[in-house]
Design a protein around this ligand. Sequence first.
Ligand code: CA2
Length: 148
Amino acid sequence: MSKPIYVLSGPNLNLLGVREPEIYGHQTLDDVKRLCEARASAFGCTVVFRQSNHEGELVDWIQEARTEASALVINPAAYGHTSIAILDGLKMLSVPVIECHLSNPASRETFRRKTYVSLAATGVVSGFGAASYELAVEAAAGLARKAK
Ligand code: CA2
């Protein structure tokens, strides 16, 4: 049995679908989880889907992914713009890392234009709403298969 794709989401994304639907869409994080599971299953993969508002917990899960995941998809949310701890954790992975954002941070405020996570990412998917996660899972599944 191959290892799952870890799909991690950062702070405030538990409130997805509740506020700012014009930026982040109407779908909830549970909806996004179902979309990721369906897309992974189409590629013969499974996902471990988790969200945390806490930087350290995200770092713990990234470290867990070193041995337990075939690939990692991460929407670091605001921590992408601030967290060197998350960047350092990601740099320790040898599996593919896909950074994913619902919105396109490059087209928003200046402070969103830099993400530390991108420095450790194999690739980035941004701006497609919930479909960003599906596309990221698809990319992760393809890269994980190639790496076998
Ligand atoms: O577009 C994305 O996915 C972001 O990672 C979302 C982050 C933001 O800081 C990044 O620049 C881009 C914010 C997540 C906040 O989550 C919310 C959920 C529901 C309602 C409002 C915000």
